[in-house]
Design a protein around this ligand. Sequence first.
Ligand code: 5AD
Length: 464
Amino acid sequence: MGNELIQITAVSQPGLTGEPQSSPDSSSGGLKTFYIETFGCQMNVHDSEKVQGVLLARGMKPVGDHAQADLVLYNTCSIREKAAQKVFSRLGAFRKGDGGAGKVIGVLGCVAQQEGERFFERAPQVSLVCGSASYSKLPHLLDKLEAGKRRVSGLSLDTDECFETELTRRDNPFRAYLTIIEGCDQRCSFCVVPMTRGPQRSRPSEKILAEARQLVDEGYTEIQLLGQIVNAWQDPSSARWSFAELLSHVAEIPGVRRVRFTTSHPRFFSPDIVQAIDAHSTLCDQIHLPVQSGSTAVLARMLRGYTREEYLEKIHCIRKARRTISLSTDVIVGFCGETRQDFEQTLSLMKEVGYDQVFSFKYSPRPNTLAEANGEALAEEEKGRRLAELQELQRQIQVRRNQALLGETIEVLVEGYQVRLGQAVGRATTNRVINFPGSPEDIGRYLAVKVTGAGPNSLVGARA
Ligand code: 5AD
């Protein structure tokens, strides 16, 4: 989901999409190896895949840890303060003399955008600062570093372009991320994203479709369409497809088995999306629809653009779909001015909807956002208590919902194998994870698995 904390590191198997544009000798400036660590959402994970593509095309090689790398990049997240702090703790290690000498250290992503050139003062070991709206300038910035420049930055947000590159090094061999829209024009009062990712810009439908077809040709069977607000996508090309039409076209590509999309904003969620899911079995039985709060008063202060009732209408529309669609959401607890009654409204909404997964967070004040202006801050302990209460409720809901699946047979894509346990790890179209006795050869296959056990976070099964 848009909020999963994922860390990926460069791995050494090949998988570069597209032809290198420059010869391996172009890294003669000394940057021969790289290491990227990624924090934050799928957009960041996928941005890092594109950045890796650019670096591979320069003839650079990925290495497994920062100590061996000439170029160390941190792709950062600033959605909450805790996430933003991570890069500073990584950089602190270099300051203490842990092998920083002779390396080029760069910071990408949302903290880079937020801090800008202040980074150079705060962390003098950093030579490159670049926000996601400037990634198309990365090759140029790397050229400058190789030519001996000490500090370079790409921080302009004034763009109407997406980061287009033929050179993407995807990490997952089955599921390919595909960006359809970048940036965000909403002004939710808690959220830093519009300030860190720039204005909203959609890719043309023909480019998206061409990339999706290419991915299928390369053997990917699952495509995940990405955007901060994926369903705000508007086709800039003359075809003028709606988002639902785009979904249908991607779903109809021969060889596609699964299509997911994340993250949807309730404000832009229209019934034609559900109709598209009804019409295409390849569109997964899963929708992530962040509600943030169950209280209309809090939603108004968050500037979300919908009421509790309007949100529930969208849920009602999803519940009327032909297949049972799994629902997940994001919730912020302890937003400025959230009363006990407001919080109870969130709990009651969760009971009413019955989500299959909830990503919940304590409100974390962010720089340059409006939230502080419109309500009294809650004590951290109170936020913590509310979070624990909400998570316990959701745990019970998930146990109940997962146990209702006992005895059912579901199709899973096998994504991994745990050697120690002899267990294959599969994922259902609903995004549920299921563990079952299998073999390493199962990875990448679609198998029928019967559900024999259910916990709050995953299922247990056996080959049907
Ligand atoms: N504090 C806490 N959570 C936040 N999110 C976004 N901004 C904040 C913040 N300032 C959460 C929202 C969003 C998810 C990606 O992160 O729930 O949907």
